[in-house]
Write a protein that binds this ligand. Sequence first.
Ligand code: ADP
Ligand code: MG
Length: 696
Amino acid sequence: MSFSPLDRPAQFLKGVGPRRAEFLARMGIITARDLLYHVPRRYDDASTVQPIGHLDVGMDATIVGRVRTCGTIPTRSGLRIFQAVLQDDTGMITCSWPGQPWLERSLREGDVLLVTGPVKFFHGRQLQPREFTVLARGAEGEGQTADGGTIFVSYPASEDMPQWILRKLFDQNLAALLPQAEEDEYLTPLERAELSLPSLPDALGALHRPTSLTEAEEGRRRLAYDELFFLQLAQARVRWQQTLARPGIVHRRTNALIRPLLEGLPFALTDGQARVLREIVADMTLGRRMNRLLQGDVGSGKTVIALFAMLLAAEGGRQAALMAPTELLAEQHARRIRGWIAPLGVRIVLLTGGMGAAERRRGLAGLAAGDISLAVGTHALIQEGVEFHRLGLVVVDEQHRFGVRQRMVLGERDTNPDVLVMSATPIPRSLALALYGDLDLSLLDELPPGRQAVQTELRTPAQRGDVYRFVEQELELGRQAYVVFPLVDESAKVDLLSATQERDRLAREVFPHRRLGLVHGQLSSKEKERVMRDFLAGEIDLLVATTVIEVGIDVANATVMVVEHAERFGLSQLHQLRGRVGRGAAKSHCILIAEAGDVAQERLRVFRETTDGFAVARADLAIRGQGDLFGPLQSGRDPVLHHADLLRDEALLVEAQRRARAMVDMDPRLESPAQERVRGVLDHRYAERLRMFGVG
Ligand code: ADP
Ligand code: MG
C-alpha cells in the first residue's frame, strides 16, 4: 500500500505538539489513523439531558451545566468533599464528590460538565455524580451544545489527555481526517449495501459526531464488522493451509463396519447426532481435509460419533487415533469403544504410559504393520514417534487444552489425516465462530432422551450442616460425593493450605467414618490421576477438590456435587462441575453454597433453572462480558475485538466468516490486485492484534 496521510505521526495534527503527542502515545495513539479510530465510548442523548431547574430529589439525572464556583470543603468527620455549583438556563445545583478533593486540580470555574447521578436532599438539592465528563473548558465552551446537535460524546481519556482536549482535537482535525479514511475502505458500495453498512468515512463521522444514537450504532456496527472480518480472514487463511492447501484423504465408505455398529447400538442416534455424523461423513469422503470442531454438552453423545468416524476410516482401509487429555480418560474411552465394537472384529489398542513394555511393543508393532485399525491414548500417541501404517483420522477429545498453534501441529503428518476436535465446553455459537474460525463447526445441541436432569440447589453457609447431613445420607446408600472449593488465591500454596485444612476439618469433624480424598492444583498430573483412579474404584467416598475435576470423567456412582463459594465460579465452570454427577441411573444433586443476599445469588438462581449448557454459556457471556471468557481474544493492550459484541453481532459474525472464507477460497494468498486494499488494511490495522491472537 502506498503511503497514506493517515500514517503521519499524530504530532503533525492541528493542536498537537511534542508534549501532547507524547501523551497521546501513552494511550496508544501514534498516527493520525490511530486518532481517527479513537472513537467515543459513551453517548448521551441531549433530549434525555434534564434542565437543572426541573430536578427533583430521588431522580437519577443527566445534566449539562457550567461550573459557577467550586472548591473543597472540609467536614467535621475529616472527610473532604469537592463541590461544584453547576448552572444552565433553568437553574443551579450543587454537585458533590465526597472524598475526592483531588478534583480541585482537574475542574475549574467556567468548565462545562456533563454529569450523571442521583439527586439527593442534603442542605437542599444535591447531585452526587456517578460519572462526569468535561465537555469544554472555559471560554472554549461558550454556547456549548451537543456535538451533532443532540448527542454528547465521551472519549476514552487519560489524566494527561482529558476529555475536553480530545474533543478539541477532533473539532480541529476531524473534517480533514474523515475523507482520508477512504484509504482504508475495502468494501465496495455493493458489498456495503448487501451488509447494510455505512462507508468508513460515514461510519467514523457518525461515531465522532452522531446526530442520533441510531447513527452512532450504525457506525459501531461498521467497525465491529471490520474487526470480525479481519479476524475471520486470518483464521480462514489458517483453515486454508490446514484443509485445502493439501490433498485430503477420500475415505471409502463401504458400510461394512458402520452399519453393524448402527444396528448393534442399544439406542437410536438423536437427530442432532445424525446431522453431525452426516457433516463428518461428507468431510471425510470428499477430497478436502476435515478440520472440524464438534461441540456438545457433557453427555450429549460425542464419543459414539467419534467412533463412527473412526470406523469409517477403518472400513476404507485406514487407521484412526483418538487422543484424550489424560490417561484416565483414554482408558474410559477405550473401555467404552471396546464394548461397542466387540462384535465387529476390529482391532483396537490402548496406548498409555502405564502399560507394560511387552504389551506396548505389540501394540506399536500392530499399528506400524496396519493390523490394528484403532488407537486410543493420550497425545503421546502421535508425538512419541508412534508409527502408523496408514493414519487417516485423528480425533482429539477436549480441545480447550489445545491452542490454535497446537491444533495446527496435530495434522502435521505426511498422510494428512482428517482432524476432528471434540469439546465438552459449551460456548455460545458466536464465541465458537470467533475463537475457532479456522475450524468447521458441528453443534450437538440436544441430549439423548430420558436423561435425568441433575437437581440444582442453592444453600447459604448457615445451612452447611443440612448439606453435610444430606451428603451423609447419600454416602450411607453407598454413593460418592464431591466437595469443590474455588482457588483461594493465585498462589497455589494458599490454595493447597485451604484445601488441606478443609479436608482435615471434614475428616475430623463431619465425616470421621468416611474415606476422604484430596485433589488440588499442586499435585502432579500423575498424583491427580492416582486419586481420581481411587475415587473411580470406589476407594474414596468423598473427594475434596480445588482444581476443576477432570472434565469428561465418568464416575456413575457419584451423585452429589457440593460447590463452596459458588459465587466465585463462572456459570460455565459451574456447569462443568455439575456435569460430573448425574452420570448413572440414580438421581443426582448439585448443591451450591453462597452467601444469601449476594448479587451473585441472582446469577446462581438463573443457573439453577438452566440445564442446557449452551444457554448457561450464553447467560455467562451476557453477565461476565466477553472479556473474561475470551482469554486470548481480549487480553493484552490491544484486544482483537474493541467494537464487536458477540451477543449482539452474531449475524454480522456469521456473514464476516462467510465472506472471509469465500475470499480466501478464491485467492488464498490475497495476491490479486482486487485484494490490495484488504491486504493494506490487514497490515495497517490488524496485523499486530492478530499476531497476538496467534493467527497473524
Ligand atoms: P459425551 O462424550 O458427549 O460427554 P458420551 O459420548 O459419553 O457423551 O455419551 C454419554 C452417554 O450417553 C453414554 O453412555 C452413551 O452411550 C449414551 N448415548 C450416546 N448417544 C445416545 C443416544 N442417542 N441415545 C441414548 N444414549 C446415548
Ligand atoms: Mg466425552
